[in-house]
Every structure is written in structure tokens, then in C-alpha cells.
Design a protein around this ligand. Structure first.
Ligand SMILES: NC(=O)c1ccc[n+]([C@@H]2O[C@H](COP(=O)([O-])OP(=O)(O)OC[C@H]3O[C@@H](n4cnc5c(N)ncnc54)[C@H](O)[C@@H]3O)[C@@H](O)[C@H]2O)c1
Length: 383
């Protein structure tokens, strides 16, 4: 049993023939992510044994959609099933107590992001997973697009093309109406930051994963489309941000800027980046993930996600020929395959672990502090 031994972008392609079939999973949380995880477990060759929701019987609907799964009444009951791993898919504030309980029960854990709502809570979980020598991963699943892996691989290999400008956005519109509300808007359930903690962390994780650069300083402003939310007759003040504008510096002297929003009309899940150098720039759009755009001085390239045409390492996460779109669900499945391979003691490349969850909590804390003080904040000071 090992934790992820993250090597380099050059490591060998994922061996799909080594899928792990015997992993028994429990799922806690039956919303959007509960379904995504349950399907990914099945797709990865694992078995969903038990599902639990917020009250007795709440897991039945999801269990009825997953072959072999059954609903149990309480989280404690779930932990007493014959399991190898538990997937925590509940609101953010529950991640700490639930992941802690899973690890203390001696089980591997996949815990949704944000891993915890404070840096110290995330650090506690990192330490506990290490102490128990259990695999503990966080679904920063955008890492698993073959086109993202291709960008990472090219950037790692190239010489003389310093990426000096790192910019992009992560835009959604599901909070675009004043009537829109969700547990994420409540700091007690979602944490001090909503848009940044929910989706900004995905962008930052992806930037650091693809470029190998680390954000060292941030200057952030939080903003809201609405200062009150809810039904017209019962609107209450909102204490978390609808969006963020952030500039940052990295450990290799690059500068960057990031826009994050959950109230940008027409953008559903548009995670977009451009990592720019004088000789080559790399552009990826999560809503069109089948191609990677690489800009050059004399010509540009648009590279298709085709396992026969891209490198073996990048193709490790691609199954179908180009023109047969894969997407977010396939990404998730690849992430679960890699988590389960790590549980089986196999070497993985780029598996996002609790350490990456702690990193995200740290960058989030820096953004929150900068938004409050309106000053530059050193990310390292958030430890
Ligand atoms: N990695 C990703 O790409 C990604 C995408 C979306 C959401 N997420 C994360 O996944 C988590 C869940 O988000 P979601 O969109 O599925 O939310 P959701 O509101 O759709 O689902 C949350 C579920 O948790 C259940 N729940 C609440 N309290 C519970 C308890 N005490 N015991 C058991 N179940 C309980 C709710 O009933 C609900 O079914 C969040 O932390 C979110 O940040 C990650």
C-alpha cells in the first residue's frame, strides 16, 4: 500500500490492462458528485458496495442506479461495511470530520475539494493519512484530460521558452439569478470563500500541475453580482463571493491573472487557460477539451486528443479515436482508476493527493486574506 509517488511528465503511459477490479467502495453524499463518483467507480472496474445520504433512505435513489450498490442508513453503518475506500461527496464543512473518520477506520479515502475549509484542518488530514499510510486523494480531475497532459509534457521538455505570463479564467453562471441559492453560499457549510474555494482552486491546481510553477504571492479582490440572495420575499445577505479577480506571482518570476465567476451569463463550466512564452503558448478550454492549441511565431497548432497521434504518456488517459468526444466523466473515471492503482501499490503519475488539497486550501486562505486586507499576501505565510 503506497501513497502517490508522483514522478514526472515523462513517466510511462498508464497501463489500462492493469485495471483494479476488486476495490470495494462506499459513497457518502448523493448529489451531483455522489452520482459522478459512483459511475466513475464502476467505470474504473471497482464496485460500489454501499451509499449513504443525509438521512436514512436518502441513498436509495442513487443505489438503484448503480449495479450491486445498496443504501445504508448512517455514515457509521457505512464505515462498518466490507470496504477498501470511501468517497466523501458531501458539503465542504463535512469533509474534515468524515475524511478523518474514514482514515481512523483504516480505509483509503477520496475526498472532494475543497479538502477542508481551513489550512489547519487540511494539514491535519494530510498528517493523518501519512501516519496511517493510506491513499488519500482529491479529485482535481482536470489533470486527467489527455490534452492537459500533452501541454504539461511539452512544457516540461521545452528549453528556452520561459512561460512568463500565466492567465485564464474559470466561469460559470449557475448563481446568475438573484433567486439562485445553495449551501455553498453559507460560510458555515461551504467555507469563507465560495467561488475561489469551489472552482478557483481547480484553475490554480491545473496551472501549477501543467507549468510546474508555484504561486508565491497573490493580490485578490472578491466581488458580488448580488449582495442578497433568495426568493424575492425572503432575500438574505450573502457572505461569500460570486467572483474573484486575482493577480499573482510565481516562484519562477512569472506573473499571472485569474478571473473566477459563478455569475457570468452563458458560461457553464468554462475553465480556460493560456500559458504564454515567447516561442510557444498553450491554450486549453475545458468546454472544448478535445484539442490543445499551441501558438507559435510562424504557425499555430491545434492538436487532437487522439491516442494514435499524441505521445504514449498523454494518450494513457485517452481511450477513443479523435472525433469520438470523451469528457468530464471519462476524466473522473481516469482519476479513480489512478487512485485505485495507487491503493494497489502501483506507481502513478500526477495523482492529486491530500497534499494538493492542502496546497489549494493554502492558496485559498491567501486569496481570502488579500481580499480582506487589499494587500499582497505571501502564500507561504498562510501555513
Ligand atoms: N471535483 C469536482 O469536479 C467537483 C465538482 C462539483 C462539486 N465538487 C465538490 O463535491 C462536494 C459535493 O458537491 P455536490 O455538487 O455534489 O453537492 P450537492 O449539493 O449536489 O450534494 C451534496 C450531497 O451531500 C448530502 N449530504 C449533506 N449532509 C450529509 C450528511 N451529513 N451525510 C451524508 N450526506 C449528506 C446532501 O444530501 C447531498 O446529496 C462539494 O465539496 C463540492 O465542492 C467537486
Amino acid at each position: 500500500m503506497t501513497v502517490d509517488r508522483d514522478t514526472s511528465a515523462d513517466s510511462t503511459a498508464v497501463d489500462r490492462s492493469s485495471r483494479v477490479g476488486a476495490i470495494r467502495a462506499g459513497i457518502v453524499g448523493t448529489g451531483f458528485m455522489g452520482l459522478v463518483h459512483a459511475r466513475a467507480v464502476s467505470g474504473a472496474g471497482g464496485r460500489v458496495v454501499a451509499i449513504v445520504g443525509s438521512r436514512p433512505g436518502a441513498g436509495e435513489s442513487l443505489a438503484s442506479r448503480i449495479v450491486g450498490a445498496r443504501s445504508v442508513d448512517t455514515f457509521e453503518e457505512l464505515l462498518h461495511q466490507d470496504l477498501d475506500v470511501v468517497h466523501v461527496c458531501t458539503p465542504n464543512a463535512l469533509h474534515l470530520p468524515m475524511a478523518r473518520a474514514v482514515l481512523r477506520a483504516g480505509l483509503h479515502v477520496v475526498c472532494e475539494k475543497p479538502l477542508a475549509t481551513t489550512v489547519s484542518d487540511a494539514a491535519e488530514l494530510v498528517a493523518l493519512a501519512a501516519e496511517r499510510r493510506l491513499v488519500a486523494t482529491v479529485p482535481f480531475v482536470y489533470r486527467y484530460y489527455p490534452t492537459v497532459r500533452l501541454a504539461r509534457e511539452r512544457i516540461a521538455r521545452e528549453q528556452g521558452n520561459p512561460l512568463w505570463l500565466l492567465h485564464g479564467s474559470y466561469l460559470q453562471d449557475w448563481m446568475g439569478s438573484q433567486a439562485d441559492h445553495n449551501w455553498r453560499a453559507d460560510p458555515a457549510a461551504g467555507g469563507a470563500s465560495r467561488a475561489f474555494g469551489d472552482i478557483g482552486v481547480h484553475w490554480c491546481d491545473l496551472m501549477e500541475f501543467v507549468t510546474g510553477q508555484r504561486i508565491t504571492k497573490v493580490q485578490a479582490r472578491f466581488a458580488n453580482a448580488f449582495d442578497k440572495r433568495g426568493p424575492e420575499d425572503r432575500r438574505t445577505p450573502v457572505h461569500t463571493e460570486d467572483g474573484v479577480a486575482m493577480v499573482f506571482e510565481t516562484d519562477r518570476g512569472a506573473v499571472g491573472c485569474l478571473a473566477v465567476s459563478q455569475a457570468t451569463a452563458g458560461r457553464k463550466n468554462r475553465l480556460w487557460f493560456s500559458f504564454d512564452g515567447p516561442n510557444a503558448s498553450y491554450v486549453f478550454d475545458q468546454e472544448c477539451p478535445e484539442t490543445l492549441w499551441v501558438g507559435g511565431r510562424t504557425h499555430n497548432e491545434e492538436i487532437f486528443r487522439d491516442p494514435n497521434l499524441i505521445s504514449a504518456a498523454a494518450a494513457g488517459n485517452a481511450a477513443l479515436p479523435a472525433g469520438h468526444p470523451e469528457g468530464y466523466a471519462k476524466n473522473f473515471e481516469n482519476f479513480v482508476v489512478e487512485t485505485y492503482r495507487s491503493i494497489a501499490g502501483q506507481i502513478t503519475d500526477g495523482l492529486p493527493t491530500f497534499s494538493d488539497g492542502l496546497r489549494a486550501a493554502t492558496v485559498t486562505a491567501a486569496a481570502v486574506q488579500s481580499a480582506r486586507t487589499r494587500e499582497w499576501v505571501d502564500v507561504a505565510s498562510m501555513r
